[in-house]
Design a protein around this ligand. Structure first.
Ligand code: 5GP
Ligand code: MN
Length: 331
């Protein structure tokens, strides 16, 4: 389903000052796509600001070497600083709930909004949707946009876009990795992406806090529903006891679904502001985006999430019940 990029081209003809944002708790696809998009817009002579509702996890600081690209809404940038922005480009999300503290700002943003995304779940964000749910990553779509608009991909854009695609395909392990994925990656390497350095910077700079937290999480893994589900929990206290930060939990859910015989893996993380974030991963085809939707969340078929406004214990019970029902009703 190739995207028709002409609505984006038309907006570029008319406007100069762009604001780029992405989802709460940004991951590699979110941040890498922003790097690519900022490069694309700057190549077109646009004035660009990249402002996110969450701080950048330290593991992605290499995407913003001089610390000038990613800004934090409510931190070093306030809504009033963004009054001159004409166009809002939203990357890697299609749900109000994923906008975090920027949701009111986005709701009242007066200019055109453009969403570039690959998620299945979709709210009416009052935006032009440039969307392909078959794409492995939003980064792929930004790379295609650059080609469609004849923007050369610089080494820094290539590093961002390769990070995006690598993280959303689990470094080319997940079933969303296709021949076209690897061709795109080859093109990005040709444009200057340094695949070995990206891997080192993301995975070979663990803090002791993250590794200790991981050790405890693994020790606490449990199974449920006759071994079809594996899950773990991380409390606020687990984070502080191990000297870990919330961003250190990224990817840890992958271990839950790596247990032999398990079809669904769940990781429950207590949130600083109350409630529990659950990450869901599936193997063998169960659609966990539908399970997440029961709790107002969403995502992809094999990887989804939701936030439940309740204590850990009841969140675990509620999600396990929903997973049980989904497993029983699916063939
Ligand atoms: P993760 O579990 O790694 O946070 O997210 C897995 C996938 O589900 C990602 O694509 C993420 O964007 C999406 N996702 C996570 N939480 C939510 C949520 O609360 N709402 C929606 N719509 N999508 C979510
Ligand atoms: Mn993505």
């Amino acid at each position: 389903m190739p995207i028709d990029w002409s609505p984006l081209a038309a907006i570029l003809e008319k406007h100069e000052r762009f604001l780029v944002t992405t989802h709460v708790r940004p991951d590699g696809d979110a941040l890498g796509s922003e790097v690519g998009m900022a490069g694309l817009l700057r190549a077109k002579g646009k004035d660009v600001r990249v402002v996110n509702s969450s701080r950048t996890p330290p593991r992605y600081d290499f995407l913003d070497e001089d610390g000038t690209l990613f800004r934090h809404f409510g931190g070093d940038v306030q809504a009033s600083d963004l009054a001159d922005r004409e166009v809002l480009v939203i990357l890697d999300l299609s749900a109000w709930s994923q906008l975090g503290d920027m949701v009111d700002f986005v709701r009242s943003f007066p200019g055109p909004r453009v969403v570039i995304d690959h998620h299945v779940s979709q709210d009416d964000l009052g935006a032009t949707f440039l969307k392909d749910v078959t794409a492995e990553a939003t980064g792929t779509l930004v790379a295609r946009a650059a080609r469609a608009l004849q923007v050369p991909i610089t080494p820094s854009m290539a590093n961002g876009l390769l990070t995006a695609i690598a993280m959303d395909t689990g470094w080319f392990r997940h079933p969303n990795t296709r021949p076209s994925t690897l061709r795109e990656v080859a093109d990005l390497v040709e444009s200057g992406a340094e695949i070995h350095l990206i891997y080192q910077r993301i995975f070979e700079r663990n803090t002791l806090g993250r590794l200790r937290l991981m050790g405890e999480m693994l020790a606490g893994l449990r199974t449920a529903l006759e071994g079809r589900v594996s899950y773990a929990t991380i409390t606020r206290e687990d984070l502080s006891r191990n000297g870990a930060i919330p961003q250190d939990t990224e990817d840890l859910v992958d271990y839950t679904v790596s247990v032999e015989g398990v079809e669904v893996g769940l990781l429950f993380i207590e949130q600083a502001r109350g409630g529990v974030k659950v990450s869901l991963r599936s193997r063998n085809g169960l659609d966990v985006a539908r399970v997440a939707a029961v709790f107002g969340g969403g995502g992809h078929k094999a990887a989804a999430g939701a936030t439940l406004p309740e204590p850990l214990e009841s969140a675990v019970a509620a999600v396990l019940a929903a997973v049980r029902q989904a497993l029983e009703t699916s063939v």
